[in-house]
Structure formats: C-alpha cells, structure tokens
Design a protein. Structure first.
Length: 326
C-alpha cells in the first residue's frame, strides 16, 4: 500500500489559494504515523506564507505493521522539507526497511540541492543518517520537559523542550552541534538544514495520543507519572507554542536564509484546501488508535537489527531498548 492522499494547507486572509493569486511557498511535511501532528511548527509555517502538503507514510491501520511501501515525492518539487517524529528507529529494518531508504534519498537530495530541511526527533535522526552520520541507542530514555545547553539561545532556545526518545544522533561530517544535554546532541546545523532532537511541534492533544498508544506504559516503566506529564504539557502549552514559533523563525531566517514573511509575506489563518480544518488548525480531530507497541522518535518501535547507513558507513549496534511508544 502507498499510504493515503496528501493534505494541503495554505495561508491567506481570504481563504485558500486560487489561480491568479501569488502561490504560497511549497513545504512538504513528512508525517510518519497517524499520531504525529505538525502542531505549532506547521501553524507558524502557514503564518509565514507556506502552503503545506502533509503526507502520512504509515496509515493508522498499519501502525502495528509499518513495513508499508511508500513513494516519496521528488525533492526538487519543494521549497522546504519538514520530517517529523515516528515511533520507530531509523535503523529498524523490520519496521521501516521498505520505506526509509526513500526518505533518506529525499532528504539527501533536498539538502544537496539547497532545499532547507527541518528534522524533528526521528526526522533529525533520518537527516543525520542521510548526510553520513548514524543513530545509536541513548544511554537512557528522555521523556518529559527538559532544559538544554545551547550555544546560541536566539537560534535554539534553552527550553524547556518536550522530549520522548531512546535514540540519539551521531552527527554527520561537517555538521555543527548547536545544543546538547548529558544524554545527546539536541540540535545541529548542516548547511541550510537543521535537526532537533526535541519536539517543538508538541501539543497537549498529541501527548494524549502518545499516552493512548502505549505511552502510558512507557512512562510507568521509566518512572514518569503520565498524568503529571500531561498536566505539565497543558501548563506549558502557551510557552511551548511561542518557543516553537521562535524556532521556526530562526530556522527560516538564520539557517535557511529566507527573509521574514516568506514568499509574498502572507499571514493569516490556516485554510485546508482538501478537507475541513481540525480543532488545532492543521488537521481534523483524531481519535486514539489501538494501543501500539511502545516507542518514539528514533525509538518508538521494534529494533531487531540496524539498517545499513550510507555507503562506507557501518550501521549502529543493535539497540538494547525494548519496544516502546514515541
């Protein structure tokens, strides 16, 4: 199966883009599963004038068997690419083997063509791998709101940022580490591309879906109270949204080199072109799916054996982590 049709969203004061109006800048958002959501990252891109095309790689009914076939679009069709989180590991051949090579090829080609890429958690790990780095198991899991050490707070803020991962990036040659903590690199830059290990796109609604899809069990296994985690997320939601918007702005202006206002400077509400808007502006309301095998970004699924890295670079050792959610 090739996955569901894409969803498109535009920013315009008077409604969706129509012929005769200057078109929005084209952004591809890779959404690996039905639980992930572009959240405030997508909303900010729309406010900056981007038309978002959101593609879902693994549909809800294949969440427990994510080895689907998926045809990624051509890299040169986009002005920007965003790769979001996933409940599997980049190197988990059983889970992502059929489709991860296609995504790595897309990210690699986009980067080499000068198309800015923003990688988030699993997306950052995919970007790392595509550019010649690798991914390995972290010394411990990170679940919850975490502050980070940053070399440039105006580019990568100190947070707190939401984390839910079990893997970490080994940065590719030439990449500059921008932020970190004791567990892993938290942000890096490679040319016009940026990878972040944390989740700037998070919302309380998405955390609820994480918890409903195996995350509650993961929290308990790692000494995290799921109720407190959700309450903390709701408490920080406004602050987190502002942090996400500032991160997107800094990425566009200082990493991607795109002027403020985007193409044409469109601002305004998010208007879907192919479906009714959801409660968070970018997608329709979703119901929690069946409980999934626990795991998150670069770690939400099974890890039988490492997938091969780029030519000349060995894959990482098999992860010691058990199955998990996000």
């Amino acid at each position: 199966m090739r996955g569901p049709p894409s969803q498109e969203f535009t920013a315009a004061r008077g409604g969706p883009w129509t012929p005769g109006r200057s078109p929005p800048v084209r952004a591809l958002v890779i959404q690996h599963d039905h639980v992930t959501d572009p959240g405030p990252v997508g909303a900010r891109l729309v406010e900056r004038g981007y038309g978002l095309t959101v593609v879902t790689v693994v549909p809800e009914d294949r969440h427990h068997a994510p080895d689907v076939a998926f045809d990624f679009p051509a890299a040169d069709a986009w002005d920007l690419v965003v790769s979001l989180g996933a409940p599997w590991s980049v190197y988990d051949e059983t889970a992502v083997g059929p489709w991860i090579p296609g995504e790595l090829a897309l990210l690699r080609k986009a980067h080499h063509r000068g198309v800015p890429v923003l990688g988030v958690c699993f997306g950052a790990q995919a970007l790392t791998t595509a550019l010649g780095g690798s991914v390995e198991a972290s010394p411990r899991a990170e679940i919850g709101w975490v502050g980070i050490d940053t070399d440039d707070p105006s580019l990568i803020g100190p947070g707190p940022w939401f984390q839910w991962h079990y893997d970490r990036c080994v940065l590719p040659p030439g990449a500059a580490e921008l932020a970190r903590n004791a567990v892993c690199p938290q942000a890096f830059r490679a040319g016009r591309s940026l990878g972040v290990q944390f989740h700037p796109e998070i919302t309380a609604a998405t955390v609820e879906l994480y918890l409903a899809n195996g995350g509650t069990e993961q929290c308990l296994q790692h000494g995290v109270d799921p109720g407190e985690l959700l309450a903390r997320t709701r408490e920080l939601e406004t602050v987190a949204r502002g942090n996400a918007h500032r991160l997107v702005d800094a990425f566009l202006e200082r990493v991607a080199g795109i002027r403020a206002g985007g193409s044409g400077g469109h601002t305004g509400r998010c208007t879907p072109r192919t479906m009714a808007a959801g409660s968070r502006g970018l997608r329709p309301p979703r119901r929690p799916g069946p409980a999934a095998s626990p795991a998150c970004c670069g770690s939400r699924g099974r890890r039988p054996r490492p997938a091969p890295g780029p030519p000349g670079r060995p894959g990482p050792a098999r992860s010691p982590w058990p199955d998990r959610r996000r």
